[in-house]
Design a protein. Structure first.
Length: 241
């Protein structure tokens, strides 16, 4: 559906037990795709009758009040992305959990989807893209996210391709992506990308819609300014610090 998307609802709100979340809705061949922006790296997708939770975290919301998950995607093992309590709150009989090997060690269950492999869920395919640091490292010299341990995901279905960055920098694998309709790119220093790195990635694969997320204290306006001349990419800023 590249270049054919029409935004139906922008910055509508979902109130759940006193929690207010922004929502965006997009049309697809499988019906409306609804994003609920929970916070940081956590969001929810409702699509083709399925509820998909991405990196649920109790730091961001009371997940006992949110819809149960048909699919849970966990990008990596760090506690703000792999939270056993949040997973338990939305997991039900028959839920599918796709995650990395280290995240499975932390969570205790789930199906490992290694880098560069693809899984099928209902009417969707999910491909794990390597997520890792190129520049930012810990004091002892190891990357915050070593290559091979973390996933980004491409979800494809209903004529749409959605990229979920997780914790990553502007890797060659990301910049080589094609036909991405919606992309979530992290911008939380020092663990992920600077605004300049996000801009570099966006110029590389040109998603129709770009959501900066997991941005901490970084000002998303910096990214908007860096990409002001890139008309192909529509930047949408939501409450995802």
């Amino acid at each position: 559906m590249k270049n054919l998307m029409i935004l139906l609802l922008t910055v509508s709100w979902l109130n759940v037990s006193g929690q207010d979340f922004e929502k965006d809705v997009y049309p697809t061949e499988l019906g409306d795709l609804t994003f609920t922006f929970i916070g940081h790296g956590s969001f929810m997708m409702e699509w083709d009758g399925q509820v998909i939770h991405v990196d649920p975290s109790t730091r961001e919301a009371d997940y006992t009040t949110l819809p149960d998950a048909d699919l849970i995607l966990i990008t990596h093992h760090h506690g703000d992305h792999c939270d056993p309590s949040a997973v338990a709150a939305v997991e039900k009989s028959g839920s599918t959990v796709l995650l990395t090997a280290l995240a499975k060690e932390s969570l205790g269950h789930g199906t490992v989807l290694p880098n560069d492999e693809t899984a099928t869920f209902k009417n969707f395919t999910i491909t794990a893209i390597p997520a890792y640091n190129l520049v930012h490292k810990r004091d002892h010299g190891d990357p915050f996210h070593p290559k091979g341990t973390c996933n980004s995901y491409v979800i494809e279905g209903g004529g749409m391709r959605i990229f979920i960055g997780g914790d990553t920098e502007n890797t060659p694998e990301m910049k080589a992506l094609k036909d991405i309709d919606i992309a979530f790119l992290p911008m939380n220093l020092p663990y992920t990308m600077t605004p300049e790195m996000v801009a570099d990635a966006a110029r590389g694969f040109k998603p129709d819609v770009l959501y900066p997320y997991h941005y901490g204290s970084t000002d998303p306006a910096e990214l908007v300014a860096l990409l002001k001349d890139l008309d192909e990419v529509n930047i949408k800023v939501r409450k995802m610090p």
